[in-house]
Design a protein around this ligand. Sequence first.
Ligand SMILES: Nc1ncnc2c1ncn2[C@@H]1O[C@H](COP(=O)(O)OP(=O)(O)OP(=O)(O)O)[C@@H](O)[C@H]1O
Ligand SMILES: O=P(O)(O)OC[C@H]1O[C@](O)(CO)[C@@H](O)[C@@H]1O
Ligand SMILES: [Mg+2]
Length: 509
Amino acid sequence: WAFTSLHPRRTSLIALSSVSKSSELWNVEKVDHISEWTTNHESYPNPLSLKDKIPSSWFVGVDDAVAMNVKIDAHETIDVSDDDTDEDGDEHTTVGHRGGINAEAFILAGPRAEISFDPSTSKAAIVTCGGLCPGLNSVVREVVMCLSRQYGVKDIVGIPKGYRGFLYPEEWKSLDEGGVQNLHNQGGSMLGSSRGGHDTGAIVDSLVNEGINLLFVSGGDGTVRGASKIAEEVKRRGLAISVACIPKTIDNDIPLIDRTFGFETACEAACEAIKVANTEAAGFPFGLGVVKVMGRNSGFIAMHSSLGSCVADLCLVPEVDFYLDGKGGIVDHLYERLLVNDKAVVVVAEGAGQKLMAELGAAGEEVKDASGNVLLDDVGPWLCKQLKQRLDERLEEASIHGDKLTLKYVDPSYMVRGVPPNTADNLYCLQLAHNAVHGAMAGLSNFIVGSVNTKECYVPISMVANKRSVIDTSHQSLWEMVVFSTGQPSFQTNDDKDAITTASGGTTI
Ligand SMILES: Nc1ncnc2c1ncn2[C@@H]1O[C@H](COP(=O)(O)OP(=O)(O)OP(=O)(O)O)[C@@H](O)[C@H]1O
Ligand SMILES: O=P(O)(O)OC[C@H]1O[C@](O)(CO)[C@@H](O)[C@@H]1O
Ligand SMILES: [Mg+2]
């Protein structure tokens, strides 16, 4: 049996906050530590502790953890012991349970009292890889600021243009506080980025040759997989190098964590495009605005900006197959909207409708980018063509003033990505970057830093490397709200399944 407190105030504390003696209560996911494979491991007092005004309670305890998905099943919980009064005088009941609690936990992020590297002899490197993302510059800035101001690490280099930059040390940029001061106001990455070009052995050789012992990597799922390979090779060679990852992607598709940085900014920019499409649609008879937003395999930007803009009549995402014709198809839905409102707005994620396009013979040859990501067929223009043809036919049949559909297509494309981060993302980048530094200085490695249940923690890369976060389309999800608020078909009923088959077999372009 495990024991915990079920006093309401205590329960939320356990679920959302740090938990001491966590290993006794929760399954805390372990993160690699360099002492596990290095022989001459030493520890040093955290320089922050040498500053008078910082209380020792601000350091994270070795057992502190953040609980995720805490579920307590009352049926499996049995009262076993007495009422208790804690130091604050709060009464709470201690109960035992058997199998009624499901709490996976992660190590709480933050500064440790003891660190594993001597700041005066440490050398740090920062690299940004994959697609650009609002906040990359903020991450670079804050890694430098935290290393330099809080730990006194002065030897910091930026690796230009992603992983390939490790091969050209002569091009590395020296980074200091002055040089990164105003970075957070700029979009993109001052270091540049790239796809492809990852060579694990050569990267680790380069780290060794250049005396790097702290590596900070910011990128998406591919970058994270690459970082894990570096960390594993470092381990295999028994090197005292910490590898810390700060996951980025506007697609928000990294599992387990609350959100990735850049996502909120991208949604805000996407909302602007949707509002413009709505204005255009409203300005003409039977106006249809179609907006395509980024989101290769996960439709979070489409979903959040559809709801956030409050004007979308239809949201199409990669996670939900849809069909054009027949009862409950998107043409019926949009036609009804056009008749009622004289306009409609469609938001489509770039990864939506790929299966339908293939079934209807509109897919091209498979092409991949340098990192091996499949380049998608362009759903935007294809969808516009399908809708124009079908809705024009409907309007012609109805013969309302002889009007036809006025279609306005908006593709904000890189406009949602190449912009500076908003305040919320900037703040998140600061928290992530500082906590990545705290973790690396403490000797942790092979982890990503992220917010889980609103608390920053360290998650082993192995837990996120080969998974993708996608929209939950089940009951009481945000997707349900999209379906309710737009009135669009859910495409999840049995009738829909039949209709998908019919549409697949019969629709021609
Ligand atoms: N399995 C892998 N092993 C090693 N390196 C990888 C792997 N997958 C991708 N990489 C490397 O990671 C870098 C970035 O990968 P990718 O282009 O897929 O972008 P990403 O990090 O997934 O970002 P995003 O998809 O959000 O733009 C590239 O340099 C690529 O070579
Ligand atoms: O054109 P690029 O730079 O390869 O990136 C496009 C992709 O990057 C992402 O923005 C992820 O970073 C995807 O949504 C998009 O498909
Ligand atoms: Mg990716």
